[in-house]
Design a protein around this ligand. Structure first.
Ligand code: ACM
Ligand code: ZN
Length: 777
């Protein structure tokens, strides 16, 4: 333990005689830190960084050299200076020096990863209880200097000053994670390191490395060489979206895996940045690549291929075959030896039980273990693996499906299908990590699908990520303690290159960092948006190719008026309604715009004459129900149509993403529209999506009913729907004509298909029903 007393007087010693900044010194930048610290106090003066600035760290405290070395390499890379790092010992303490950055262990600094940073003319102190805390203090210090400090040679020949200040800070959550899928597409070690370094800069502390899946096995396992030759390769890859039929392939072999040396190198690189690496080895599902190499581990014995398409495969590890466990135990033994962290993630998601149902070995296991069904068999499987991991001193994490059939005794649940899994885990005394698809899937679109690169689907904007609250409101304070934190997932079916991965991750990871680090009282979206503009300069200096969707205009239409907004309120919003591209001379948005007729809006943000982001194009249909309120019996949570009244917002849905659709699972959608007065109605049109590979089915029937009081309805028309698919992935229209009605209330009821039949994708699950605009004329 280091004693600290001498340093209490250090500021007093150093404060006098600190060199004044030269007259030509530009003022230091204002303080704009991401994630927002717990407290920031601005003081007088600046600290000037120069080639003589030294960084002092305790010689006899484990890992304290790491933040010092990190600082040195940052300065070296951006300025070309080679600053000195000086270890100090107890006895050296009587001779503190000027122009120094001191990293000082201090047991009085609260939480383990917290720090107190004091910047004064002449010296900087970073006090922390742990080296990790000192590292985060250094990351904050970095953001006090001009953005050039972050790039290669980008601060050469510049003067670097940081404002004097006192910052006391600590994270809200202990688990602050980002995931990367390297199975669907493989990413080189150089990129993995860059990804980890960017996490660390944002004070994220966990990298979840999704190493195996149906489309590739990416970690070297000495005991099973065919994992490197067969499972690490697929002979072709799908072109375009999974829903585009017929499938087309590139017919090029695609291979890649990390050697043990590379893994160790990455793990050490992460350790130096206080990032824990969690490897994920998928089981029992998402295992087709392993089965391609070792077909005897599947229920049918194969042959199997490493998959060239995405989705969910029926062939999974056989739960009845002892060889499966011999294989997995040896694999996990090697994995546990490579990754020193406390956790191993074993997947557990999306494991169809189809093969197990007809496999004699699986059925014998089920009977032998006295298990009720195949869900219980999966639970038994995961429980057995948990014991294996425990023998290696590791804890098991799985996706929320590991709750089905009973949770393994000490498992941690990663809640991805919404928050229910996390809530159930916390209530049963298990730890949970929140990664709900609604807010934490960075493979979703972050802007208008018309102008964004192809993505899997979904819509998770920067603002939506920022607004995420990881602790579900349903939990009591005691239960909430089991929510360790959250993480964003980056699945790479549609992300083939490092640039694209970075584009999908940033700036959303900046928002995630603030969700996880900053207390809710200190979070503020407009302020974050303001700080982000400075942060973009830091990312620019590092060549990070982040998305520009931050600058896109967000149009909303209700009550017959159009509202336009941009995250950056300093920008001009310009728009056209004649189909032309917005230009610096186009109409400037000054307030809500009344729409009287069908309108094609094109809008874009401008910084003076410079266009930013992408042009947003929206076609508004004006009709008798547009902008009118309605009620629904079932409230959509995930697919809301984008706005409160998504079914009457004048905007129809596109098949490329689901953000303009209202969707419910196995439930009718029945908007009851209030026109506000008795209204003549001749026709009603509604559209539904038919995308069965995405579990989205047509309604069985659509009904129209009317009411004068909003309570008693009378049916006026019905239409049975042919639910057979004519073409995959279609938008279909139902139109009622010649209605001749006069009514105040109109209800359209689309009846859910119900449960997906056997033999179809998602069989046995509730079908989704997706409707878009209810057009009344
Ligand atoms: C998952 O997204 N299948 C965990
Ligand atoms: Zn089997």
């Amino acid at each position: 333990m280091i004693r600290l007393l001498p340093f209490v007087i250090l500021p007093a010693l150093l404060g006098c005689g600190a060199p004044a900044l030269p007259a030509q010194q530009p003022p230091p930048p204002p303080i704009r830190i991401i994630p927002q610290p717990a407290s920031v106090e601005l003081l007088d003066g600046h600290f000037a960084l120069d080639p003589e600035t030294v960084v002092c760290f305790p010689a006899d405290a484990a890992d304290w050299e790491l933040p010092a070395r990190y600082w040195m390499s940052l300065v070296l890379e951006s300025t070309g200076w080679t600053p000195l790092a000086l270890p100090f010992r107890d006895r050296d303490r009587s001779a503190p020096r000027l122009n120094a950055i001191y990293l000082i262990p201090d047991t009085t600094v609260g939480p383990a990863e917290g720090y107190v940073l004091e910047v004064r003319p002449g010296w900087v102190l970073v006090r922390a209880r742990t080296a990790a805390g000192a590292f985060y203090g250094v990351q904050t210090l970095r953001q006090l200097f001009p953005p050039g400090l972050n790039g290669r040679n980008s601060a050469a020949n510049t003067r670097l000053a940081a404002p004097a200040c006192r910052i006391a800070d600590a994270p809200r959550f202990g688990y602050r994670g980002m995931h990367l899928d390297v199975a669907r597409h493989f990413f080189p070690v150089s990129f993995i390191k860059r990804y980890i370094d960017l996490l660390a800069q944002h004070k994220l502390n966990t990298f979840h490395w999704h190493l195996t899946d149906d489309q590739g096995w990416r970690v070297e396992i000495k005991a099973y060489p065919k994992l490197q030759t067969v499972a690490a390769c697929r002979d072709k890859t799908l072109i375009g979206h999974y829903n585009d039929q017929p499938w087309q392939f590139d017919n090029k072999p695609y291979c890649g895996f990390y050697t043990r040396e590379e893994i160790r190198d990455v793990v050490e690189y992460a350790r130096q940045r206080f990032v824990t690496v969690i490897p994920e080895i998928e089981m029992p599902g998402h295992s087709r690549a392993a089965l391609a190499a070792y077909p005897e581990l599947g229920c049918t014995g194969g042959p199997y291929q490493t998959l060239p398409v995405w989705g969910i495969a029926d062939d999974v590890f056989c739960a009845g075959n002892e060889q499966t466990f011999v294989f997995l135990e040896k694999v996990l033994e090697e994995v546990c030896a490579l990754f020193p962290g406390p956790y191993v993630h074993v997947g557990g998601d999306e494991c169809p039980k189809k093969r197990w149902k007809s496999c004699p070995k699986c059925q014998a296991r089920l009977r032998g273990q006295g298990l009720a069904d195949e869900h219980a068999l999966q639970s038994w499987f995961i429980g057995r693996i948990e014991n294996t991991l425990a023998r290696h001193g590791k804890k098991l994490i799985g996706w929320d499906e590991i709750l089905e059939g009973g949770l393994a005794p000490n498992a941690t649940v990663m809640s991805w299908r919404g928050t229910a899994g996390g809530i159930a885990a916390a209530r049963s005394g298990h730890d949970a990590i929140m990664t709900p698809g609604s807010h934490c899937y960075f493979d979703h679109y972050q802007g208008d699908p018309e102008t964004e690169p192809l993505a899997i689907s979904g819509f998770t904007s920067l603002e939506k990520v920022y607004g995420y609250e990881p602790v579900p409101a349903e939990l009591t304070p005691d239960e909430a303690r089991h929510v360790l934190g959250a993480q964003a997932n980056l699945w790479t079916e549609y992300i083939a290159t490092p640039d694209h991965a970075e584009y999908m991750a940033y700036p959303r990871a900046c928002a995630l960092a603030e969700v996880l680090w900053t207390t809710p009282e200190r979070k503020d979206w407009p302020d974050f948006a303001h700080r982000l503009k400075t942060h973009f300069l830091r990312l620019d200096a590092q060549g990070v190719r982040y998305a520009q969707t931050f600058y896109n205009v967000d149009p909303r239409f209700y009550g017959g008026r159009l509202y336009l907004s941009a995250a950056d309120s300093a920008l001009d919003i310009r728009y056209t309604t004649d189909g032309s591209e917005p230009a610096p001379t186009s109409a400037l948005y000054r307030g809500p715009v009344a729409l009287q007729q069908n309108t094609t809006l094109k809008t874009r943000a401008f910084d003076g004459a410079r266009p930013l982001g992408a042009t947003r194009t929206v076609r508004y249909l004006l009709h008798k129900a547009s902008g009118k309120p309605y009620t629904l019996s079932g409230k959509p949570v995930q697919y809301t149509g984008g706005e409160q009244y998504g079914l009457t917002n004048g905007v129809t849905g596109s098949i490329r993403s689901w953000n303009n659709w209202v969707g419910l699972v196995n439930q009718d959608i029945d908007p009851a529209i209030d026109f506000g007065e008795n209204t003549p109605v001749q026709s009603v049109t509604v559209r539904y999506a038919d995308a069965k590979s995405s579990w989205i089915w047509p309604p069985r029937r659509v009904e129209l009913s009317v009411s004068d009081d909003g309570k008693n309805y009378r049916t006026v028309a019905t239409r049975d729907i042919d639910t057979e698919t004519r073409q995959n992935n279609a938008v279909e229209t139902v139109r009622f004509d010649g209605l001749n009605l006069h009514t105040r209330f109109l209800r359209l009821t689309a009846r859910t298909y119900g449960v997906i039949p056997a033999g179809m994708d998602g069989e046995g699950n509730g079908a989704w029903l997706f409707l878009d605009e209810v057009v009344v004329e």
